[in-house]
Design a protein around this ligand. Structure first.
Ligand SMILES: [Mg+2]
Length: 176
């Protein structure tokens, strides 16, 4: 579904995937710097709308490109500083970004492992799994939510393959 159509009314904590949910997913590649980061339409406005209605908005994202040496923690911090600035410009906020650089799922921090959710629960004792919603575009996000015991909303993903852009809904290409 479109991100703006997700019903968040029974939740006070939102967990957002990043690539393919907030910004355009680059097929076979990585967002290495701010120039390569492109918001999916309506995402910034939707986060701003949610910001007035929920207690917490966190990003939980796998970023193994760092362990592959494709970009650095500093590059990621710079991307996220720009991203947050754009969200704040329209009145939105992000309360925390949790990312995992591990290469494989042997690391419990890498989604679908629950490590990043455990850290959120530790850092924010008022977060309740029963009122937390995970929003993401992939099966990994769905499995992560299941493993954490929280609800999941599948969001339409905008992907870029070279010069082509297309929407994917539940793994099905819906517009090209
Ligand atoms: Mg994704």
């Amino acid at each position: 579904m479109k991100i703006s159509n997700i019903d968040i009314s029974s939740y006070d904590t939102l967990l957002l995937d990043r690539d393919g949910t907030i910004n355009i997913h680059i097929i076979g590649g990585y967002v290495r710097n701010w120039n390569e980061f492109e918001f999916i339409p309506n995402v910034v406005e939707t986060i701003a709308y949610w910001s007035k209605r929920v207690k917490h908005i966190f990003i939980v994202t796998n970023q193994r490109g760092i362990s592959k040496g494709i970009y650095t923690d500093e590059d990621l911090a710079d991307i996220h500083a720009h991203m947050i600035a754009e969200i704040e410009k329209v009145g939105g906020r992000i309360d925390g970004i949790y990312y995992c650089t591990a290469l494989t799922e042997e690391d419990i921090r890498r989604k679908p492992g629950i490590g990043m959710f455990k850290e959120i629960l530790h850092d924010h004792p008022d977060v309740e799994p029963s009122t937390t919603l995970m929003i993401g575009d992939s099966n990994v996000d769905r499995d992560f939510a299941k493993n954490c015991g929280i609800d999941f909303a599948d969001v339409d993903s905008l992907k870029r393959d070279g010069e082509f852009e297309y929407w994917v809904n539940s793994k099905k290409t819906i517009w090209k």
